[in-house]
Ligand binder design. Structure first.
Ligand SMILES: NC(=O)c1ccc[n+]([C@@H]2O[C@H](COP(=O)([O-])OP(=O)(O)OC[C@H]3O[C@@H](n4cnc5c(N)ncnc54)[C@H](OP(=O)(O)O)[C@@H]3O)[C@@H](O)[C@H]2O)c1
Length: 245
């Protein structure tokens, strides 16, 4: 064990969170925040757990990513809009669109197609809707007016096929921002390569769920290696890599 120095130098977040060099496959990074007692939300939103340091990490992770993958539940609850990258991180986007597109996973496609999430992005970062064969054709067509629509799977989206479809478009650096049900499936399918988790200095109590919710059985159970832990304003910022093999 080592004690974290409360007044260490400012960390180079872009370097600490850099994706592996020369990726020849998709790399799925999950980024979540939880209270000190393990709650994924407070009053239905993650905002009550966040703070300035967490917003810095959230921002740099978005700037580093090729695409942001999110479940429709989170997109609806958290009123997702097109991503914007802070000017300070703009250099991380060299050779890529100014901001990564958002990819929303949905079976029902119960999204407001006139919302900024679909109508707002720049043409080179159109929102991507990933759905399945059971999704009503009319909804798919309405979404396709503004977004790129991918069909991956029949009754449910096949997560491995969805990740492969994103990688095929050149989106190998995938940032999964939740929610817990999407992460549960990614975990179960063995698709998560790393977990960035912010531990918020909040005691939430109550019935809130954890940051990953999946079926019983633990099909995707894995051990993690700690890549780093940062501390600031009583928050902890952990980066874990999933052990392979
Ligand atoms: N603590 C954090 O860092 C954090 C991060 C994100 C979210 N949250 C919180 O988590 C809550 C929302 O998360 P959630 O787990 O309920 O929802 P979620 O995982 O964001 O979304 C679930 C929805 O995603 C779609 N979906 C998921 N898997 C699918 C599949 N295999 N095929 C097709 N569609 C699929 C479905 O959308 P349709 O219903 O449209 O078919 C499903 O209803 C909110 O309270 C939010 O604030 C916390």
């Amino acid at each position: 064990m080592r004690q974290l120095s409360p007044a260490g130098p400012q960390p180079d977040l872009a370097a600490l969170y850099a994706y592996p060099d020369g990726l020849d496959r998709a790399w799925v990074r999950a980024n979540m925040i939880e209270s000190a007692d393990g709650a994924a939300e407070v009053d239905g939103l993650s905002a009550g757990l966040s703070g300035p340091g967490d917003r810095d990490v959230f921002g740099v992770l978005r700037a580093l990513a090729d695409v942001i993958l999110v479940g429709a539940g989170t997109a609806r609850d958290e009123h997702y809009r097109p991503a914007r990258v802070r000017p300070a991180w703009a250099g991380l986007r060299a050779g890529r669109p100014a901001a990564p597109p958002i990819a929303v996973l949905t079976a029902r496609l119960d999204l407001d197609v006139a919302s900024p999430l679909l109508t707002g992005p720049a043409p080179d970062a159109r929102t991507i809707v990933i759905t399945c064969g059971t999704c009503a054709t009319g909804r798919r067509e309405a979404a396709a007016a503004h977004a790129d629509v991918i069909v991956a799977g029949e009754r449910q989206v096949d997560l491995a096929a969805a990740v492969a479809a994103l990688a095929q478009r050149g989106h190998r650096r995938i940032l999964a921002e939740g929610g817990p049900r999407l992460l549960g499936q990614l975990t179960e399918a063995g698709l998560i390569d790393e977990l960035c988790v912010t531990i918020s200095p909040v005691l939430a109590g109550g019935p809130a769920g954890r940051i990953i919710q999946g079926p019983a059985g633990g099909a995707g159970r894995a051990r993690l290696d700690l890549a780093h832990v940062l501390a600031g304003d009583s928050y902890l910022f952990c980066r874990y890599l999933v052990q392979r093999g």
